[in-house]
Design a protein around this ligand. Structure first.
Ligand SMILES: Cc1cc2nc3c(=O)[nH]c(=O)nc-3n(C[C@H](O)[C@H](O)[C@H](O)COP(=O)(O)O)c2cc1C
Length: 162
């Protein structure tokens, strides 16, 4: 390893100082089964046209499916949905939507019920970037409700509530 290389765990800890929201990125597979994963690398890219990005680990089971499916949703989790973030980051993929209330976007993709906000996207571009792929989605429809967001900071789920 060269002098300039940063250890992954150090990089992760440093990036952990940057607080983010927490989302579930989801779609349906060829059999119509919903799948998704917890994602905090979500950002707004462009207003006109409305574009967002998410960065997906190429080793994630969802990776190839998301690239191939062409549509996905982003559910921005509410403060009381840390258990959903944990579930979509760890439990086996096919159990994540089990017994979880979810709605369906116009394109037929799953939206986590009671999320603070959601966006339905069609895949515009994908860019390989190191061990991740940057998926750029065009926002086709959105929804929101009056709810506090879930926050991820220094490896822990937090809320703005006192
Ligand atoms: C708070 C949090 C944020 C995460 N953000 C991302 C992310 O931005 N991109 C990603 O590929 N994985 C991210 N992960 C990891 C995935 O959610 C996790 O590896 C998941 O099990 C992948 O599921 P899959 O293999 O079924 O696709 C995050 C995990 C947590 C807990």
């Amino acid at each position: 390893m060269g002098k300039a290389d940063i250890e992954s765990d150090v990089f992760r800890r440093v990036m952990g100082h940057f607080p983010t929201g927490v989302t579930v990125v989801a779609a349906r597979d060829v059999d119509g089964e919903p799948y998704g994963l917890t994602v905090n690398s979500f950002a707004s890219v462009s207003l006109d046209p409305p574009l967002v990005l998410v960065c997906i680990d190429r080793r994630a089971n969802s990776h190839d499916r998301l690239v191939e499916t062409g549509t996905f949703t982003v559910s921005v989790l509410a403060a009381n949905q840390a258990h959903i973030a944990a579930r979509f980051a760890s439990t086996p993929s096919r159990e994540r939507f089990k017994d979880l209330p979810w709605g369906i976007s116009a394109a037929g993709d799953p939206v986590v019920e009671d999320a603070a906000a959601w966006l339905e996207c069609s895949l515009r571009e994908s860019h390989e970037a190191g061990d991740h792929t940057i998926l750029v989605g065009r926002v086709e429809s959105v929804g929101q409700r009056d709810a506090e967001a879930l926050v991820f900071h220094r490896g822990r789920y937090r809320t703005f509530a006192p």
